[in-house]
Design a protein. Structure first.
Length: 284
């Protein structure tokens, strides 16, 4: 295993890359504002013939994600398409019409069942759980849901996790996501179905969208993922067989503070399977 250095520019990595699969939260914005240099980098890559698919664990459909990006100042020409874990979760709901759902998550995620034959009800009557997050992610953690998960376990309810992330940045803070509750339920012995990174279906859908944009499929050795999470972005890219550019400004920023180069032992400890390169923040 070799050392890992920080690179300064995306342009130094994409000479033979046809498709970029970029994470959103932590790479393109922090939940409160867009990162202008990151947006410009992806836009410039597209202008030079590349295809950019934004790939996100947001528990909302792609059109809702796009509206949020616009509000944060991320222009439509930054990317070609969006694929979200919310899209894949909606596909599951559509495939189980008439089933009763206990929806666990904040009201802002209500688009997860918009327009579907979804019967929302209490936990005591549900056939399965859709978890898009915590009811109040500003003040709660997964532990606040232990009693609820034990109740669900008694009824052997499957939990569909629409966002496998454990935490995400909101400004300069980390807040808990649906993945934290899903992991608790799994530890208790519950059945969990994950949609989103690092699981394969979201990458397959992203590659399908890229092929539609380009008119032909791209070889995996011409695809570069970009992300800031070891657990989701790096593990997902490795499992799918593509390289990853790891952006360190995100949820792991404290681990990389003051570091210019990682020795092989540190690479193994932090990453397991190393990314192709490190970058503090995405720029062209």
């Amino acid at each position: 295993m070799t050392s890992l250095r920080f690179v300064e520019k995306l342009r130094d990595l994409v000479g033979s890359v046809e498709v970029v699969l970029s994470d959103i939260w932590g790479v393109v914005h922090n939940g409160l504002e867009a990162f202008p240099e990151a947006c410009e980098a992806l836009h410039t890559y597209r202008q030079q013939g590349g295809t950019v698919i934004l790939i996100t664990n947001a528990p909302r459909p792609a059109d809702s994600v796009q509206r949020q990006l616009r509000k944060l100042g991320v222009a439509d020409d930054t990317y070609d398409a969006i694929v979200s874990s919310g899209d894949l979760t909606r596909h599951f709901v559509a495939g189980h019409p008439g089933k009763k759902i206990f929806w666990l998550g904040p009201e802002r995620d209500s688009s997860i069942h918009r327009g579907l034959d979804a019967v929302i009800g209490p936990l005591e009557q549900a056939d399965y759980i859709i978890c898009t997050g915590l009811f109040d992610d500003e003040t709660e953690s997964a532990e606040d849901y232990r009693a609820m998960m034990l109740q669900a376990l008694e009824r052997k309810l499957p939990l569909i996790c629409a966002n496998p992330d454990i935490v995400v940045e909101r400004g300069d803070r980390l807040i808990y996501c649906a993945g934290a509750i899903a992991e608790l339920y799994r530890e208790l012995g519950g059945e969990v179905i994950f949609y989103g990174k690092p699981h394969r279906p979201i990458y397959e859908r992203a590659m399908q969208l890229a092929a539609e944009q380009r008119g032909r499929p791209a070889a995996l050795n011409r695809v570069l993922a970009i992300g800031d999470s070891v657990r989701t972005d790096l593990a997902g890219a490795h499992g799918f067989g593509i390289d990853l550019l790891f952006v360190t400004r995100g949820i792991h920023s404290e681990d990389f503070e003051g570091i210019e180069q990682l020795d092989p032992a540190s690479v193994k400890e932090l990453f397991g399977h190393p990314p192709r390169a490190l970058m503090r923040e995405l720029r062209w």
